[in-house]
Every structure is written in C-alpha cells, then in structure tokens.
Design a binder for this molecule. Structure first.
Ligand SMILES: [Zn+2]
Length: 148
C-alpha cells in the first residue's frame, strides 16, 4: 500500500479525523503499532483488532462489499468473543480475497466521507507501546459501540 491517504490543510485525516502528529500522517501513525507488535507476541495477539479498527475507520480503501465484509467479521468476532487463534484464521481467509475487497480506485479518485470517531490511531500512537494493548482494547469497544 504505502500511500498517505488524504489530509486537510491542518493535517487532519479526512476520514477518521485523526490529527497528524510529530510530522506523521494518519497512515504513518498506523505504522508504529505494527512495528511494536513485531517483538511483542502479547501485543501481536491483538493484530486483528488493530488492523480492523484502523481499516473500519477508513472505508475509502475498500469496495462497498469489502467494507461490509470487514465490519461483519469485526462484529462477529467481538460479539461472539472469538479466541485469537480463530480470529487470525478467519482474518487470513479474508486476506486471501483482499484484492477483491480493496478498492481499485487510485487514491485521488476515492470518495471520503468524514465520520466522527471518539478514538483513532492518534490515541494509539500517543499512548505509546506501553499502553498499546489497553488502548487497542478500548478502541475496539468504542468502535463496536459506534457501529451500532
Ligand atoms: Zn485516518
């Protein structure tokens, strides 16, 4: 992927509303917890939640069908309290079809609707590695609530 998404003049992400921090865009902030989890298996156990929380807040990356699929998987996993191994298995299955799920539109042609989310990648970044697990857990709870 390696794209920056679209930000407003103030550096705010047009989709999730995260503020760019320390010169990093929303997409770049997302790279931080992905690095943290490399050496922390207990954090990697939350990989699905980290990625799906971020992606749910950025619908323009997906086809309509792909986005629905992602939200469905998130809600099922949350409501049915799926165990990590099962989530990762289902996530791998989803990723096999990711080419069909992600939008073929180039970055500049994607439609972006600003949405209000009470917690974004900005909060995960600010909380730092030490609080990453607690913050990702809060993030998924908030998103589940805000999706309903
Ligand atoms: Zn964003």
């Amino acid at each position: 992927m390696g794209e920056n998404g679209v930000v407003t003049d103030s550096g705010r992400c047009m989709e999730c509303g995260a503020v760019g921090l320390d010169g990093f865009s929303c997409w770049e902030l997302f790279g931080f917890p992905l690095v943290w989890e490399h050496n922390a298996p207990e954090l990697y156990a939350f990989h699905f939640w980290l990625v799906s929380c971020y992606m749910i807040q950025h619908p323009s990356r997906f086809t309509e069908e792909g986005y629905r699929h992602l939200v469905r998987l998130f809600i099922d996993a949350y409501d049915q309290d799926w165990k990590t191994a099962y989530i990762l298995k289902r996530n791998r299955e989803l990723m096999k079809n990711i080419d069909k799920l992600t939008t073929p539109l180039p970055d500049q042609d994607r439609k972006r609707k600003p949405a209000f989310w009470s917690l974004t990648i900005e909060d995960i970044y600010l909380g730092g590695e030490q609080h990453a697990i607690a913050n990702i857990m809060r993030w998924k709870e908030r998103i589940r609530y805000e999706l309903s």
